[in-house]
Design a protein around this ligand. Structure first.
Ligand code: MOS
Length: 718
């Protein structure tokens, strides 16, 4: 059960905007209303005339900020957007001013009265025409020659639309200064990154900035960097000498907190008549902003998922007049899987081979991009188990051959892969004289249940029941951890927590066996185990004592230990990935083109599963997200000015309960100790990768129509 569940359902869990703070000033951002250009004037007279308005700050009156280079965060390379430092407009909705007042309503009204004049230029949003950044390329073998001589060729271009993260909790920041020290409560997936960025922007030592984020109401990636509004809040608090609270509206979340970039992805496959791949050529374009070059892991899948002797890849980012994109669930891998797994489906129908069988035929013996053996790779098993449990063998081969009244019925499958990431992390563990433990690490918990899984790991390592372990997270004063993203938290932070608690347990055992008054005196420490807070000899359980007895006899208030984890130094010895197979059944209204997902099954090779209930929840969330990507989610930009036309949850569609059918998840039992000591490979991204193409392939099977665009909407199927 979620240890933090009660706090959440009773409202006791404090999200960033909930933090109670004496005398906070409310800040409301004024959004720019052109997509590109210069600010020629800002009239704040009507706004500042309102009673209760304390200030309106813009580039006109804001102090110049140091904006030192920040090497401690994961900002993409480029010039950062410098908040209120000049008159340039880089994207529609860019913060151009902030209204500050004693109440939220006054600040909102004041913001609406700020008049901004612009010298507007025509912004560009065209992924096809714009010149691109230097491409990232990869090649093995000679893909063009191999394609030219291949017996069978597939040449397809897929387009995926821009998606927004839409976490339930809006981005919010509370900033408070005490002299030159800044404390910030922020919705972030990385307190360390936000701390580093704030320190760099304001020219402060790192130790002068503290960032807290104990609860995060969903992220999906939107909290993986520090966005301009965080700087706005800190800047305003410093100018006013009072704490400032800034909460973005849902609409503002579409402007200034990143998105999954739109892609145009051409893929050419060459195979023999049995479907064995000989060559693949990938030409990829994705949007980025003009001021930063955002890139993501779009290339990995095409390098290693299937055995392919000849591969060429070219990945170009196109600088457009947009806010910088950011990782969104299954970043890069989900988009790559959509194209590759759709194209594999096209190949399967072209040569008349079952789609599951086609994937088996292209199973590699090792990672062909690195030459390394796989640590664990059970994609075959995912597909086989999935096909069996889904009832795949009963499907008719030919598309458009099953009907249920007005509905055409089809099934589809797709594989998925995601990097088993892990990074250096630390944790601190303390055992108090009352026999309870407190474990701390800076990591966030954006909802997957990190508090719970860390409590499990700590309780296991310490030999304590879970209710005697308290885990604290989300504070930059705590031991440093990597971004709470890329599905690496369990592997990285979990391993550090385990190490710290192992150290603590060993410390207690060592004290006991060295203490002449302990029943364990003189025992071999390796023969001592701990259960329910009591240390005893493994084969003579009667001989032992509790942690409490030891600490009280020795007159100690507590014991403490540090834990750490770091991946082994390069070179890597194994290819480390998690694998998934998703199966989908859809019904498509033959006349109207409406698509309804009827059921989804995901089978995962994700290493050890620490908490099956939480893992199931992740899988369901990943599948629901995949339904959104496949059929609903599409950020629509007005090409005239870059305004996002559907910047709200009424017009930007995410799946609701009525869209969500029977979802089933199966995790293959296993573990992978090459990835981390706990044996996990990460699940949060993996469960999303491959869902959209499974649905799209089912739509093809139902209708015989191949839609090479996401989302697939009714108008495309009529
Ligand atoms: Mo996830 S896109 O790494 O929050």
């Amino acid at each position: 059960m979620r240890v933090e569940g009660r706090l959440k359902v009773t409202g006791a869990a404090r999200f960033s905007a909930d933090h109670p703070i004496e005398g906070a000033v409310h800040a409301v951002v004024v959004d720019g209303t052109v997509g590109r250009g210069r600010i020629t004037g800002i009239d704040v007279s009507a706004a500042t005339a309102q009673p209760g308005v304390l200030a309106v700050i813009s580039h006109v009156n804001a102090p110049r900020l140091p904006y030192r280079d920040n090497t401690g965060s994961n900002n993409p390379p480029g010039r950062r957007l410098r908040v209120f430092q000049d008159d340039r407009i880089h994207f529609f909705g860019q913060p151009v001013a902030v209204a500050l007042a004693s109440t939220l309503q006054t600040a909102q009204h004041a913001a609406s009265l700020v008049e901004v004049a612009y010298d507007a230029e025509q912004p560009s949003f065209d992924l096809d025409c714009a010149p691109t950044d230097e491409p990232v390329t990869y090649a093995r073998g000679a893909a063009e020659q191999a394609l030219a001589s291949a017996a069978v060729r597939v040449d397809v271009t897929y387009r995926t639309s821009r998606n927004h993260h839409n976490p339930m909790e809006p981005h919010a920041t509370i900033a408070a200064w005490d002299g030159d020290r800044l404390t910030v409560w922020d919705k972030t997936q990385w307190v360390g990154g936000t701390q580093a960025e704030l320190a760099a922007v304001f020219g402060l030592p790192l130790a002068s900035v503290r960032v807290l984020s104990p609860f995060v109401g969903g992220g999906f990636g939107s909290g993986l960097r520090c966005w301009p509004h965080v700087i706005v809040a800190a800047l305003a608090a410093r100018e006013l000498g009072r704490p400032v609270k800034l909460v973005l509206t849902r609409r503002q979340m579409y402007f200034g907190t990143g998105f999954r970039p739109a892609y145009r992805y051409r893929l050419r496959l060459g195979s023999d008549r049995d479907g064995r791949l000989g060559a693949a050529a990938h030409h990829i374009r994705a949007e980025t902003s003009r001021y930063e070059n955002f890139q993501e892991g779009i290339l990995s899948t095409g390098k290693m998922l299937y055995s392919t002797p000849h591969v060429s890849q070219e990945y170009r980012t196109v600088p457009l007049d947009v806010n910088t994109p950011l990782w969104m669930r299954g970043p890069g891998y989900a988009t790559a899987a959509h194209v590759i797994e759709s194209a594999m489906d096209e190949l399967a129908y072209l040569i008349g081979v079952d789609p599951v069988e086609l994937r088996h035929r292209n199973e590699p013996t090792h990672d062909e991009s690195t030459g390394l053996p796989f640590s664990t790779r059970r994609l075959r098993e995912c597909l086989t188990v999935g096909a069996r449990e889904f009832g795949w063998q009963n499907r008719p081969r030919a598309p458009r051959s099953r009907r249920d009244g007005d509905w055409l019925i089809g099934t589809g499958t797709a594989a998925g892969v995601y990097d088993a990431m892990r990074s250096a992390a630390q944790a601190h563990a303390r055992l108090d004289a009352d026999g309870c433990a407190v474990v701390e690490a800076a990591s966030s918990d954006m909802g997957p249940g990190t508090y719970t899984s860390m409590t499990q790991v700590a309780a296991d390592a310490l030999g304590l029941p879970m209710d005697r372990v308290q885990v604290r997270l989300g504070d930059s004063l705590m031991p440093p951890t990597p971004i709470h993203g890329g599905s690496q938290t369990m592997a990285s932070v979990g391993s550090a927590v385990q190490d710290g608690c192992d150290n603590l347990r060993r410390q207690a055992i060592t004290l006991a066996v060295q203490d002449a008054d302990s029943p364990l005196y003189g025992a071999d420490p390796d023969a001592v185990i701990v259960r329910q807070g009591r240390m005893s000899l493994r084969d003579r359980p009667a001989r032992g004592e509790t942690y409490c007895q030891l600490l009280s006899r020795q007159d100690r208030t507590h014991l403490e230990a540090r834990g750490s984890f770091a991946p082994p130094p390069p070179p890597e010895r194994f290819s480390l990935y998690g694998y998934a197979a998703t199966f989908a059944e859809v019904a498509v209204d033959a006349d109207l083109g409406l698509v309804r997902v009827r059921r989804l099954l995901g089978v995962y090779d994700a290493g050890r599963i620490v908490n099956p209930t939480l893992a199931e929840s992740q899988a369901i969330g990943g599948m629901v997200g995949g339904i959104g990507t496949a059929l609903l989610e599409h950020t629509v930009t007005d090409p005239r000015d870059g305004r996002i036309a559907n910047a709200n949850l009424a017009d930007y569609l995410v799946p609701v309960n009525a869209d969500v059918p029977e979802l089933r998840a199966i995790y293959l039992r296993g573990e992978d100790r090459e990835v981390d000591p706990i044996g996990v490979k990460g699940i949060g991204e993996l469960v999303h990768v491959g869902v959209a193409p499974a649905i799209a392939n089912a739509v093809f099977h139902a209708t015989g129509r191949r839609i090479r665009e996401l989302p697939i909407t009714a108008d495309m199927l009529q």
